[in-house]
Every structure is written in structure tokens, then in C-alpha cells.
Design a protein around this ligand. Structure first.
Ligand code: ADE
Length: 425
């Protein structure tokens, strides 16, 4: 019998409808699910997952279950679970998640998933895999391998690999082209702005928006903010990326200068204390700060707490948030500073995660990468692996097929030309 701990099982009907809605727009995952139903590649396999628990994630869980897997899942963030979806998912999996977990509850839920003794671990941010290595080493032998969804997680895993501490193979789904070029860039661009607009009910048009970090996510945020009519400033520590932002037509400057004119500051760096005391002190009155990076360390709220003379929560939302999405801090000169979603991932805490079609790509890669781990069981040494090129290209081909787009193919002569060394003669 499945065991779950969720907020309220009576929300299951609402969650079911949300999952159904998402599944309408995830045709690639649906095709994989249909194949899994026939082939049952995960029969007898336990899958442990720590992913933001919302409707698209539920579609991925159902895909594994259709392939014969038994699944235990928690969220990879204490504030991103949609409680109605979690309730609905209990029909398919052991679910341990609710929105607003304390830090202790968050790690207890991670442990519940690990105590399920998974053979494959699917992670977003690497908390599940790190916890397994640090606190549950005795369960390591059950694990064939894992998949990691996000930039921060892959960075942590590569650090473990470098130190010789990673004990099984993990596929860096984040490094597939069909992931970062679309999920990180357009997915984050859209969902971050959605979270911001949802939490604030303000316009982006004409506002000055400073984006800290010009990786794939930062590029997407800057691009989409410009598309909504904002004047965008990019702040970046990497000189090459800073030149790229300049050539893309953005103003580039230090964050300490940018905060003096920005109405909105969005961090997307993967680095800690990007926004700190000096930036809050220099910020314009009513500046809004939001974070789109994985952990809530980019906007260093303890520094703001130190200089604020007053603080209150505002902008309460019911389901799926059940919380205030904005914190208003007042400084001693009466300036106000607003923080969205407690400085946690604004697109999931104040929004609904990436668009469904984008997650169709990312989660199709997850499903196929997990299947790859299974097929290669015992053959891959511990380490971080990129998604095999063939999986990346197949997901691209399936995407084109669902869009009914045909593309040209090289002729035999063109193939020979490309492969030869006498080009031009
Ligand atoms: N939905 C589920 N996982 C997500 C992620 N990593 N980013 C955005 N939306 C998501």
C-alpha cells in the first residue's frame, strides 16, 4: 500500500484536473509514456524523486509509474509544492511534501524518499543525492544511478566528483541542449516574469529591471523583460558574458550602480550574497527584489533584516500558494524594499513553474535519461555524464514532429562534402 504525507487529501480532485490540463500539452512525454506502458522498462524498479512538486512533475511521475516503476517523491524546495497536485499524486506514488515545510520537515521528507530505498534518484538541486551520500550511506548500494535537473545541482555534483566523493553515475540533464537552450532560457525568462507579475500586479512596461547573472537563465529573463517593455540592465562578473550582454544591446554595470535606478532587481547567478547590505542601502525607494536562482542565498535577507525598522507580509494568495507572496521592509529613512517569495525561486513560489511545453522537453529528457541509466546499469563508473547526443536529438525530432515542422536533410553529396577535407575545390 502506498503511504503519503500531504497537506490535505480532499484537494485531490482539483489537483487531478491540473495534472490533466498539463498532460494535454506534453505530447513528447505522452509518447514516451505510451511506449513505457508497452515495454515496462522500470518493472520492479524503485524511483526516488526530489523535484518541485507541481502538475508537470506529476506527469513525469505518472510516466515512470506507467513504465512499471514504484515511485516515492518529495519536493526539492520547502515552498514550491502545490498541495492539490501532491494530494492527487498519492494515487500513483508515495508523496511526502507540502507547501511551507520547515527546514527540519524538508529534510525529513528527503529522508522518507531515501528510506524507500530507491534504485534511481531524480534530483533538482542535488539535495537528495547529497543527503544520500552524507547521511544515508548504507542505502548507496541500492542505487544504479541518477539524473540531475538544474545548473546548481550539476555544479554540486561535479564538485563531489572532483573530490572523488560521488558514488554512482548521474546524468546531467541540465547540460542537454534541449534542456538549457529552452528550459533555462525561455522557460526561466517567462516563468520568472509570470511570478513577478502575479505577486505584484504591476506593469513591467517602462520599468528599469536589473538582472544579475547572464547565464542561460539570466539571458532569458533579460530578453523577456525587454520584450515586455522594460529597460534592462545586466550585471555580470564574467567579462565574456558581460561583453555578450553589451552586444545583445543591454546596459551593463555594477550592481551597486544598477540598484540606484532599478525598479526591480532579479538575481539568477547560483552565487551567494549577490544582493547584500550595501545594495539594500543604495536601492531606490520601493525597489522590488526577486530571485530566480535555485537557492535562497542570492538575496541576502539577513542583511536587510539588520537595517530594517519595520517589516510586514502582504499580497496573500489562496491555493496553490496559501501564503503572502511579498515582504515589505521599511528602512529608517522611510524607504521601502520589497522581497518576493522570501527570496526563493520566484517562478515557482510566486508562479507555477515553467510553461508546460518547456517542461515537456525537460521531463522527456529526464524519462529517457533514467531509462538510459537502467540500460547501462553496472556499465557506467561513478561520475557526472552528459545526456547522450542521440537522446538530445531524438527529443528535438519529437518536438518538431509534434509541431508538424519538417526540416531538410543533407543529400549524399552534401554529406560527403561535409565529411571531406577538400571543401571548396
Ligand atoms: N516545474 C518542475 N520543475 C521545475 C523547474 N526545475 N523549473 C521550473 N519549473 C518546474
Amino acid at each position: 500500500m502506498k503511504k503519503s504525507i500531504v497537506k490535505d487529501l480532499s484537494l485531490a480532485d482539483k489537483g487531478k484536473l491540473k495534472i490533466e490540463w498539463a498532460e494535454n500539452f506534453m505530447p513528447i512525454l505522452e509518447a514516451i509514456k505510451r511506449r513505457f506502458e508497452m515495454e515496462r522498462p522500470f518493472k520492479g524498479v524503485k524511483v526516488g524523486m526530489a523535484l518541485h512538486l507541481e502538475a508537470k512533475t506529476a506527469a513525469l511521475v505518472k510516466t515512470f509509474v506507467s513504465g512499471g516503476a514504484q515511485v516515492a517523491i518529495t519536493s526539492c524546495n520547502p515552498e514550491t509544492t502545490q498541495d492539490d497536485v501532491a494530494a492527487a499524486l498519492t494515487e500513483y506514488a508515495n508523496v511526502y511534501a507540502w507547501r511551507g515545510e520547515t527546514e527540519d520537515e524538508y529534510y525529513e521528507n528527503i529522508e522518507r524518499v531515501l528510506d524507500y530505498e530507491p534504485n534511481i534518484v531524480i534530483d533538482d538541486g542535488a539535495d537528495l543525492i547529497v543527503h544520500l551520500h552524507k547521511r544515508k550511506e548504507e542505502l548507496m548500494n541500492n542505487v544504479y544511478g541518477g539524473c540531475e535537473e538544474t545548473t546548481t545541482g550539476v555544479t554540486r555534483l561535479r564538485n563531489m566528483e572532483r573530490e572523488g566523493k560521488l558514488m554512482f553515475p548521474v546524468i546531467a540533464v541540465n547540460e542537454a541542449k534541449m534542456k538549457y537552450m529552452f528550459d533555462n532560457r525561455y522557460g526561466t525568462g517567462e516563468s520568472t516574469l509570470f511570478g513577478l507579475l502575479n505577486a505584484t500586479n504591476l506593469t513591467l512596461a517602462g520599468k528599469t529591471v536589473a538582472v544579475a547573472g547572464y547565464g542561460w537563465c539570466g539571458r532569458g529573463i533579460a530578453l523577456r523583460a525587454r520584450g515586455m517593455g522594460s529597460k534592462v540592465i545586466v550585471c555580470e562578473v564574467d567579462p565574456v558574458k558581460a561583453v555578450e550582454a553589451h552586444m545583445d544591446g543591454f546596459r551593463v554595470m555594477k550592481l551597486i550602480e544598477a540598484v540606484k535606478e532599478a525598479d526591480i532587481v532579479i538575481t539568477s547567478t547560483g552565487i551567494t550574497k549577490v544582493v547584500r547590505g550595501e545594495h539594500f542601502r543604495a536601492a531606490k525607494d520601493k525597489c522590488i527584489f526577486a530571485n530566480a536562482g535555485h537557492f535562497n542565498v542570492e538575496i541576502w535577507i539577513p542583511d536587510l533584516e539588520k537595517i530594517a525598522v519595520d517589516k510586514k507580509k502582504t499580497r496573500y494568495f489562496g491555493l496553490p500558494y496559501n501564503q503572502y507572496l511579498v515582504e515589505e521592509y521599511t528602512l529608517n529613512d522611510k524607504r521601502k524594499i520589497f522581497i518576493l517569495g522570501k527570496g526563493r525561486l520566484v517562478n515557482l513560489v510566486c508562479g507555477q513553474g515553467h510553461a508546460t511545453e518547456v517542461m515537456d522537453l525537460s521531463f522527456s529528457l529526464q524519462a529517457k535519461s533514467a531509462e538510459y541509466i537502467l540500460k547501462k546499469r553496472g556499465a557506467l563508473k561513478p561520475g557526472v555524464y552528459t545526456v547522450p547526443e542521440e537522446i538530445d536529438r531524438e527529443v528535438a525530432r519529437l518536438k518538431l514532429k509534434t509541431l508538424k515542422i519538417s526540416i531538410d536533410e543533407l543529400t549524399e553529396e552534401q554529406l560527403r562534402y561535409r565529411e571531406g577535407y577538400l571543401q571548396g575545390t
